[in-house]
Design a protein around this ligand. Sequence first.
Ligand SMILES: NC(=O)c1ccc[n+]([C@@H]2O[C@H](COP(=O)([O-])OP(=O)(O)OC[C@H]3O[C@@H](n4cnc5c(N)ncnc54)[C@H](O)[C@@H]3O)[C@@H](O)[C@H]2O)c1
Length: 372
Amino acid sequence: MSNKTQVNIGVIGCGQISAAYFDAAKTFNVINVVSCADLNHEVAKEKAEAYGIKAVTVAEMMADPAVDIILNLTVPKAHHAIAMQALENGKHTYSEKPFTLSYADSKEIIDTAKAKGLKVGCAPDTFLGGGQQTCRKLIDDGWIGRPTSGTAIVMNCGPERYYHAAPKFFYEQGGGPMFDLGPYYITALVNLLGPVKRVSAITSKAFEERIAGLQAHVPGEKLPVEVPTNLSGVMEFHSGAVINMIASFDVWKQDHSPIEIYGTQGSLKVPDPNTFGGPVKLAAGGRKPVEWSDCPVAHIYTDNMRSIGVADMAQAILDGRDYRCSGDLACHVLEVMESFEKSSISGRHIELESSCERPAPLPLGLITGQLD
Ligand SMILES: NC(=O)c1ccc[n+]([C@@H]2O[C@H](COP(=O)([O-])OP(=O)(O)OC[C@H]3O[C@@H](n4cnc5c(N)ncnc54)[C@H](O)[C@@H]3O)[C@@H](O)[C@H]2O)c1
């Protein structure tokens, strides 16, 4: 690939999130989306027509020597099989979150990729957005001193009640608020604070069965709940910071900040890690308590840039450098998420086996489309 300036991408899974990828991919010259596939070939054909690419079958994409990276936008339970199939076919692969349904499956992908000299990446890439990168810089530059504690809180009434047209998978293995929304929060925290050492948690569920509630749904469709829908726990980071986290689909209304980090010299309100922008708020710098002040977002990429992570991986393939949304990061995040339920079932703290490097921050002063 030495003279290549672009890496070719084939997209598998043309559902709700795919448009965000097809749109934002145009920002990064390093990636060239060439084809798409879906179990439902009609939706693949629609997307292919809309974006001027080829609709193919999964088997055709896997066999196509022109495709370098398989971008896996299927439902969580298909992530592992498609990633393994991509690697077996000699292709790099990048998946939507959650990486897989289990830490063991995630590790198998990482080990296979390493053995084959291929790259594996995973969403979320929202931590590369301007809001999260500004928080990273504030922490790294010492504005709040040494981070010691904080909160990460994501609670709503469940995707079937307000936005998703096909909500069944949210209540199957690999769903629930932790596997659906936890990746944004825990990845953001690892970016800010480094890897997690141990987890302690209690989980519960408010309903054994939920009812699909949008006009787009089959009226009265029942959604059996296979997973906890309310998880409350504590993460101790290797840095020493201790973060309380709640993830819930059982809450109608609440007003907590998504993430707050408390340090020895101040406090930071981190924006919603499921978005790319701000607001960022800082209360720091005094010898006595001070009010929150708005902190300007200093980095670019504040709009929906889903695909920046796969673009960064593509650049890494061309340049032989590390990439930020790495499989190691995703595998660690998966183990943290899984540990909430393990801790609740066993009644013990769970010491993590995995670890990862903090991803490199994006530099200040980039122009749109640049990553370095
Ligand atoms: N919808 C969102 O707002 C959103 C946001 C961020 C991330 N995600 C993540 O993106 C992924 C997809 O979510 P979605 O909302 O687009 O789901 P979706 O159900 O709307 O679309 C998934 C598509 O994948 C296809 N598919 C499933 N298994 C397949 C297989 N084995 N081979 C080929 N195609 C297959 C389905 O036919 C469907 O068209 C999930 O992992 C989800 O967590 C979704």
